[in-house]
Design a protein. Structure first.
Length: 392
C-alpha cells in the first residue's frame, strides 16, 4: 500500500514528513490517539505517513479519514530485522523528518531506524502495561529510546514518574502531554438512544464502564460494587463495553451470575459508537487497578456524565475529588458502591459534578490542546535535530 493519500502531491519541503508508528491494529486508547494525531495535525505543516501492522480498526479509521496506511507487518517477540529494514527504507524513501512511535516495540525499532537515518524520534507511552514487569532487555531498550529521543512523552505525570523509576531514561528528555478528545463528537445527547437499545427505562439508573476486558480494568471489582448497589435499589443497571481478552470474560460472566446479576449487568462487547454509550449513562465508573491516563474518563466528562474513579494513577490528574468527580481507593467495591449511591441519591450533586467536569475537559483535555502540544513538540524536535549524525 502506498505511503501517500491518494491524489496528494509530493510535499513541499516546508511541509515536514512525519512517520507515525504503532504495532497494535485493534481499537484502544493508544490507537485512538495514534489515529487522531496522524489525521488531525495541520497538513500545511505536517505530512503524515502512518505505518500499521495490518488490517483492523486502526487501518480502517485512517482510511475513513483520508490517510492510506502503509502495512508494515511486525513479528512480536524476538528481534525482527525485516521490520527495522522496512522502517529505514521508508524513512529514506519518503524523506521523513520525524518519527513518532507509540508503545514500546515501535519506540525501540523507530529509535534504531532514527539513529541509522539521523532523524529525531518521539516516543509516546500510554500506560504501565506498555512495559511488562519481566520485560527482557528493558534497560537496553530504553537506552536505545533515550539515545534516539527528540522526546519521550507520557500521558500523565504519574506515568512519567513510574517509567523514570524503572528505566534509565534521562528526565530531561521526557515530557507529559495529556490525551484529548474531540469535543464536537463527545457532548451530551438528550435522546440517549443507547439506553433504548439496552432496554434501560427512563426510571432506571445506568452505570457504565468502557475498556477492553483485561485484568488491569478490575471489572470484578465493578461487578461486586454492582451487587452491593442492587441491594440498595433494583433500579440500578450496569453495562461493560469492550473487547474481551483471553478467558476473563467467562470468569466475569460466572461471577456476575453467581451474584445474581444476570439481568442487571450487560457485557455489550466492542462498540464503535462510544459517544452514544457515554452520553446514555447516569454515572461512569473506572474500577481499574492501574491507568496511565484514562481517555474514557475524559470522554464521559465531555458528555456531561459524572465520573467515579479509583486512585489508580491517571484519573487523579483528570478528576478533582468532590469538584469534577469522585475518587475512591483501588480494589474497594464498597467505596465504589457508596460513591455511586451518593450520586444516585443527590441529583444536584450529579448535575454539579457533570457541569464542572465538562468545564474542566474544555479547558484541559480538548483534542485541540493535545494537537497543539504535539505540534509545538514536533517543531522543537526537528529544530533541535540539526546536529544529529547520519544522512538527512
Amino acid at each position: 500500500m502506498g505511503a501517500q493519500a491518494a491524489g496528494s502531491a509530493p510535499p513541499h519541503r516546508q511541509v515536514k514528513s512525519v512517520l507515525h508508528l504503532i504495532d497494535q491494529g485493534g481499537p484502544g486508547g493508544a490507537q485512538t490517539v495514534f489515529v487522531d494525531l496522524a489525521t488531525r495535525m495541520d497538513r500545511s505543516r505536517w505530512r503524515p505517513i502512518a505505518a500499521v501492522p495490518g488490517a483492523g480498526w486502526v487501518a480502517d479509521a485512517l482510511t475513513a479519514r483520508g490517510i492510506q496506511p502503509v502495512v508494515t507487518p511486525i513479528r512480536h517477540g524476538p528481534f525482527d530485522p525485516r521490520y527495522l529494514l522496512q522502517l529505514i527504507s521508508m524513512i529514506r524513501r519518503e524523506r521523513v523528518d520525524l518519527v513518532h512511535a507509540h508503545l514500546l516495540g515501535p519506540s525501540v525499532y523507530g529509535g534504531l531506524a532514527g539513529i541509522a537515518c539521523g532523524v529525531p524520534v518521539i516516543s509516546t507511552f500510554h500506560g504501565h502495561v506498555d512495559v511488562a514487569p519481566d520485560e527482557r532487555f528493558r534497560g537496553l531498550k530504553f537506552r536505545i529510546i533515550g539515545r534516539a529521543a527528540g522526546a519521550v512523552v507520557f500521558v500523565s505525570e504519574r506515568l512519567r514518574q513510574f517509567f523514570l523509576s524503572v528505566t534509565p531514561l534521562d528526565p530531561g528528555c521526557t515530557a507529559v502531554i495529556h490525551n484529548g478528545v474531540d469535543l464536537s463528537a463527545f457532548r451530551p445527547d438528550a435522546a440517549r438512544p443507547f439506553r433504548r437499545e439496552m432496554g434501560v427505562g427512563s426510571d432506571e439508573f445506568l452505570v457504565g464502564a468502557v475498556g477492553h476486558i483485561r485484568p488491569p480494568k478490575a471489572y470484578d471489582v465493578f461487578i461486586r460494587a454492582a451487587a452491593q448497589l442492587r441491594r440498595v435499589s433494583a433500579s440500578f443497571r450496569f453495562v461493560i463495553v469492550g473487547l474481551p481478552e483471553g478467558t476473563l470474560l467467562s470468569d466475569l460472566t460466572r461471577l456476575r451470575d453467581e451474584l445474581g446479576l444476570r439481568d442487571a449487568v450487560t457485557f455489550a462487547g466492542f462498540r464503535e459508537d462510544i459517544q452514544r454509550v457515554m452520553a446514555a449513562l447516569d454515572v461512569y465508573v473506572i474500577s481499574s487497578s492501574t491507568e496511565g491516563f484514562s481517555l474514557s474518563a475524559v470522554q464521559a466528562m465531555a458528555c456531561g456524565v459524572p465520573v467515579v474513579a479509583t486512585r489508580c494513577g491517571g484519573p487523579e490528574e483528570i478528576v478533582t475529588d468532590g469538584a469534577t468527580g469522585l475518587l475512591v481507593e483501588v480494589a474497594d467495591p464498597g467505596a465504589i458502591a457508596r460513591a455511586v449511591a451518593a450520586l444516585w441519591e443527590a441529583p444536584d450533586l450529579r448535575r454539579r459534578l457533570a457541569l464542572s467536569g465538562q468545564g474542566s475537559v474544555r479547558q484541559r483535555f480538548s483534542q485541540e490542546r493535545m494537537i497543539g502540544a504535539y505540534d509545538e513538540l514536533y517543531g522543537r524536535c526537528i529544530q533541535d535535530s540539526s546536529g544529529l549524525p547520519g544522512p538527512r
